[in-house]
Design a protein around this ligand. Structure first.
Ligand code: ZN
Length: 57
């Protein structure tokens, strides 16, 4: 399950860019406004590197 890295809400198994963008604007509008240079994926999804790093905690 993919979760929003800002609020932790589950976003489904394979959220589309459109779904991510809607969640971003609806739930984190302040964040969207200051991060418009990012893609919704960059803004909301944990990178694979984060997951791998978490294995070593
Ligand atoms: Zn969120």
């Amino acid at each position: 399950m993919i979760q929003c890295k800002i609020c932790g809400i589950p976003l489904g198994k394979e959220p589309t860019t459109k779904q991510l963008e809607e969640h971003w604007k609806k739930h984190h509008n302040w964040h969207w406004e200051i991060n418009q240079d990012k893609t919704p994926e960059d803004a909301l999804l944990k990178k694979r590197d984060d997951k791998e790093a978490s294995l070593f905690r």
